[in-house]
Write a new protein. Structure first.
Length: 254
């Protein structure tokens, strides 16, 4: 009985949220502080220029509200690389489930760096996201012939999200259009009106710890703060820090 109740609660929430263009765009989104170490292009597409590693493969799994069996779950597999701050690139595939709703998609990234001076780099990049969302009917307990289920059609989206950043010595500041182009391939319409687009900006600071030795040798401290704006919503502020120790691992907090 508890499982049926939870599914119904999720279904009601999805009925109101799926019709919201912003929630459709956020299907693939995870907390930005998760990506200080890996997948920085999720914070801003141009940040793939400044990943710590030149090439990496990452598997990420996130489950919210672990005590609930049908809580949101995301599986993410990514490959990222860069060419010494001249160009950055990446490809990710993911699956996200929320109750009876399932979304599968891919995220492509490319960024280009322009040297403005010895310590200043202008980064230009974009993420291209394609995903398909539909009901996972294997999880539905009830009569699938009910007209209620016919209201939820298979939806395919294509998003092009540009970003720009400026690296000045140890500081990086950037701006990102989270859903600047979001085209619904199912309805052949732009999903979100221009006045209701979502934007974010970040400030990041990185400093090497050259005086460190032993396991702390070549370590690096990175601080990030990010603000996100969406119409009719409160300004969202997040932040995080990363202490990277190449010989021992890393510590991350938010």
């Amino acid at each position: 009985m508890r499982k049926i109740t939870l599914i119904l609660i999720f279904f009601i929430l999805l009925k109101t949220s799926i019709l919201s263009s912003q929630n459709v765009v956020e299907t693939f989104e995870m907390p930005s502080q998760t990506f200080i170490k890996f997948n920085r292009n999720f914070i801003n597409p141009s940040l793939s220029l400044f990943n710590d590693s030149k090439a990496e493969i990452i598997l990420n799994h996130r489950k919210q509200w672990s005590e609930i069996s049908d809580a949101p779950k995301t599986y993410l597999l990514s490959f990222n690389g860069n060419n010494y701050q001249k160009s950055g690139y990446g490809l990710s595939v993911y699956q996200k489930t929320v109750g009876v709703w399932k979304s599968i998609g891919a995220i492509g990234n490319y960024a280009r760096g322009i040297n403005l001076s010895e310590n200043t780099i202008l980064g230009l990049g974009f993420n291209v996201i394609g995903f398909n969302s539909d009901l996972d009917r294997t999880k539905i307990i009830g009569d699938l012939s009910d007209p209620l289920f016919n209201q939820y059609e298979n939806t395919t989206m294509l998003l092009i999200n540009p970003g720009i950043s400026l690296q000045i010595s140890q500081f990086n500041i950037g701006f990102y259009g989270d859903n600047l182009v979001d085209y619904n391939l199912t309805t052949s319409k732009i999903q979100t009106p221009f006045a209701e687009k979502t934007y974010s900006g970040h400030l990041m600071y990185s400093t090497p710890k050259n005086e460190a030795s032993n396991i702390f040798e070549n370590s690096n401290l990175t601080l990030l703060t990010r603000a996100k704006y969406a119409k009719n919503e409160d300004l969202e502020n997040t932040g995080g820090l990363l202490y990277n120790m190449p010989k021992a691992g890393w510590l991350q907090g938010s």
